[in-house]
Design a protein around this ligand. Sequence first.
Ligand SMILES: *[C@@H]1O[C@H](CO)[C@@H](O)[C@H](O)[C@H]1NC(C)=O
Ligand SMILES: *[C@@H]1O[C@H](CO)[C@@H](O)[C@H](O)[C@H]1NC(C)=O
Ligand SMILES: *[C@@H]1O[C@H](CO)[C@@H](O)[C@H](O)[C@H]1NC(C)=O
Ligand SMILES: *[C@@H]1O[C@H](CO)[C@@H](O)[C@H](O)[C@H]1NC(C)=O
Ligand SMILES: *[C@@H]1O[C@H](CO)[C@@H](O)[C@H](O)[C@H]1NC(C)=O
Ligand SMILES: *[C@@H]1O[C@H](CO)[C@@H](O)[C@H](O)[C@H]1NC(C)=O
Ligand SMILES: *[C@@H]1O[C@H](CO)[C@@H](O)[C@H](O)[C@H]1NC(C)=O
Length: 300
Amino acid sequence: MRIYFRAHMASVSGLLNLCLLCVLESTALASNNHIELISENFRHILTWEAGNQSTNPTHYRVQYVDFRKRKKWNYSKECFNTTHLSCDLTDEFTDPRGQYSAKAEALMENGTSVWVNYVKLFTPIHQTILGPPTVHITGYDGYLITIQPPVCHLKSPDKQRFLSLVPDVYPELIYKVTLIKAGVTNESSRILEYLTNEGNFTTSIPDLFPMTNYCISVNATATINKNPHAIPSSWKCAVTGPMSELDYPVPAVICGCVLTFGLVLMLVLAMLKWIPVSIAHTFKTTSKSETTWSGSRYML
Ligand SMILES: *[C@@H]1O[C@H](CO)[C@@H](O)[C@H](O)[C@H]1NC(C)=O
Ligand SMILES: *[C@@H]1O[C@H](CO)[C@@H](O)[C@H](O)[C@H]1NC(C)=O
Ligand SMILES: *[C@@H]1O[C@H](CO)[C@@H](O)[C@H](O)[C@H]1NC(C)=O
Ligand SMILES: *[C@@H]1O[C@H](CO)[C@@H](O)[C@H](O)[C@H]1NC(C)=O
Ligand SMILES: *[C@@H]1O[C@H](CO)[C@@H](O)[C@H](O)[C@H]1NC(C)=O
Ligand SMILES: *[C@@H]1O[C@H](CO)[C@@H](O)[C@H](O)[C@H]1NC(C)=O
Ligand SMILES: *[C@@H]1O[C@H](CO)[C@@H](O)[C@H](O)[C@H]1NC(C)=O
């Protein structure tokens, strides 16, 4: 029973690793001698390549070390005698500020082994790739966006819960929001930047046209994270409402001003008896309702 469970877990994690590999192939942290460490949101996967046909290893072992704490190499229990070409070191690299290194040992059929070293030092808090954040939009009542920080695979010291990227791990995150009008690919996008120390960050985007479909994509960075890459969220779109508070309707305002000016002019003319009062009165009623309408838009 237990063996079955372990094998099942291994295949699931193998699948996940494969999936991560596809996504992050271009954003690997470093590679040396066919070994690389891929780290996203504090999930760390060491991958390596199989040997040549003639020297095909039967299984592998992985060792890691935290030079910040102790200089002794330790075997990863997860990846002892593994037949996979990857090792999930997430539960071993527990210190976000640790200085880690790792190596894989390939064991041959005849008992000999070859070590492949990952030569760089890896510090999770500085080097893990961040993203994508989770984004929710409400278009109708002002263009309201809520950004949830990217998932975090780092656990609390008692291992009872996952930490939040902000404020548990990073004191603050910087969200860069790219805003475009849907379907208008050539129009230059607007980029808005927000700094937050909140777990869920909500804001509304000002100066948008009403009844327009806008799309946004968000990436997250932290000042102390030196990884030049960040994974942006997929595009999310929403249509703005007809009378959104934030969409200042310039044409309607101009219209309102012109009508108000017209009303004043009519009243002046009526007082000077240049035109019949009844016509001026009719105009007054229409233009007043128009003015009130645009005034209430402004007040909302
Ligand atoms: C595989 O063989 C080629 C030459 O045949 C060699 O250049 C390469 O380093 C070998 N790779 C490994 C992992 O041993
Ligand atoms: C074991 O196999 C490897 C590769 O096939 C070979 O290089 C090595 O010499 C062998 N060692 C022994 C002790 O047979
Ligand atoms: C290796 O890990 C085991 C358990 O994870 C621990 O008991 C042991 O002290 C570690 N050894 C070294 C050298 O760190
Ligand atoms: C690992 O593999 C070696 C060599 O095949 C074997 O002697 C050892 O018992 C294995 N250890 C575990 C924990 O499976
Ligand atoms: C839009 O961009 C494409 C490629 O950048 C260009 O070929 C095309 O002429 C542009 N269209 C307009 C209307 O600017
Ligand atoms: C953020 O929002 C999500 C989804 O609504 C919720 O599950 C989570 O608990 C919220 N986190 C915080 C810190 O409020
Ligand atoms: C985040 O997105 C902005 C806007 O698209 C872009 O300029 C910036 O390079 C991105 N940051 C990272 C670290 O990828």
